[in-house]
Design a protein around this ligand. Structure first.
Ligand code: IPM
Ligand code: MG
Length: 368
């Protein structure tokens, strides 16, 4: 078997410094677990724009198509706010998602016990919280045509189109049903079938798949506005949520904040299986580029590290090593090592980005 490959696209803001810690952890797995990776690195987002005038070159896109997995840091920053829409950093990310056809975006919202006090909700509502949001990532209003800003009757009109085909709904729903089976066997499908035809079709397709192929999974349906409300009312009622691109964008931010620690949350974006049977995949933290703290060694690298753990599980068939890495992160938190985002006023001196990485490596070593 050839050495598994990974393309690192660290991107902008805190992306590169968080990625340095992942590279240390990859070296640890090489030294201690015999896990070798063929690592390549390239630019995305503002960094790619600065070097090449585009947020993602065709060469980088081709490399991304060719590797076993992409690990992305973050894109964007105030320096790029005034760029033309077509070359904004975010366009690089959206191009990767679309051209790699990464239709199933897995966003776990898990509340680490040691951090339950950081939630904006009462501790008892969130402790033990473990939700998985499966967000459709390659269609819906993010990509639907027609789109644009047009002249009409002497004024401009901004247009985006919410559009889903049956097959697009089918494939993301199946991913969600499969995941539910590996968890608590409950799936909540979220749309607005009360006002949108795309929502009516969504509900029909999900219901049919559930009845025909996943009768063992407990399926429920919820309107997206109600789901937002339920997430902040009693979040633990959910196991797996499956929803469209835009609702998933919004609901996953909401769910993430329930855990009190945006700096802790990874994500996986999965596509169709490649020749080796593993899905095409990109992994990235849920948080953004945090330009306000970039370059200061303050960033929490955990979300990027946990994204690599998801890569171990979903792209490299190394579930046990993924468990090991996740447990190491959890142990570091429980032992009290915290970056600034996980501390309150008066809590003492925060760990730096590299100290957090080192602590995770020490916990890994202790796990041997
Ligand atoms: C996300 C982000 C992106 C999105 C942006 C950066 C394009 O908010 O991954 O949730 O809207 O999908
Ligand atoms: Mg978002």
């Amino acid at each position: 078997m050839s050495t598994p490959s990974i393309l690192i696209l660290a991107g902008d803001g805190i992306g590169p410094e968080a990625m340095e810690e992942v590279k240390k952890i990859m070296a640890w797995f090489d030294d201690n677990r015999g896990l070798k990776f063929d690592i390549s690195e390239d630019l995305v987002g503002g960094a790619a724009y600065d070097a090449h005038g585009t947020p993602l070159t065709d060469e980088t896109m081709a490399k991304a198509q060719d590797v076993d997995a992409v690990l992305l840091g973050a894109v964007g920053g105030p320096a790029y706010d005034d760029l033309d829409f077509s070359v904004k950093p975010e366009r690089g990310l959206l191009r990767l998602r679309k051209e790699m056809d990464l239709f199933a975006n897995l966003r776990p919202a898990q509340c680490f016990d040691a951090l339950a006090d950081f939630s904006s909700l009462k501790k008892e509502l969130v402790s033990g919280l473990d939700i998985m949001i499966v967000r459709e990532l390659t269609s819906g209003s993010y990509f639907g045509e027609p789109r644009g800003i047009f002249e009409e009757n002497g004024e401009r009109v901004g247009v985006n189109t919410q559009r889903y085909t049956e097959s697009e709904i089918d494939r993301v729903a199946r991913s969600a049903f499969e995941l539910a089976r590996k968890r608590d066997n409950r799936l909540c499908s979220v749309e607005k079938a009360n006002v949108m035809e795309s929502g009516i079709l969504w509900r029909e397709v999900v219901t049919k798949i559930g009845a025909e192929d996943y009768p063992d999974v407990e399926l429920s349906h919820m309107y997206a506005d109600n789901c937002a409300m339920q997430l902040v009312r009693t979040p633990k009622q959910f196991d797996v949520i499956v929803t469209d691109n835009l609702f998933g964008d919004i609901l996953s931010d909401c769910a993430a904040m329930l855990t009190g620690s945006l700096g802790m949350l990874p994500s996986a974006s999965l596509g169709v299986p490649m020749a080796n049977g593993m899905p095409k995949a990109m992994y990235e933290p849920v948080h953004g580029s945090a330009p306000d703290i970039a370059g200061q060694g303050k960033a929490n690298p955990s979300a990027t590290i946990l994204s690599f753990a998801m890569a171990l599980r979903y792209s490299y068939g190394q579930g046990a090593e993924a468990d090991r890495l996740e447990a190491a992160v959890e142990k570091v938190l429980a032992d009290g090592t915290r970056t600034a985002d996980l501390m309150q006023v008066g809590d003492g001196t925060p760990a730096s980005t590299s100290e957090m990485g080192d602590a995770i490596i020490a916990a890994l070593t202790a796990s041997l």
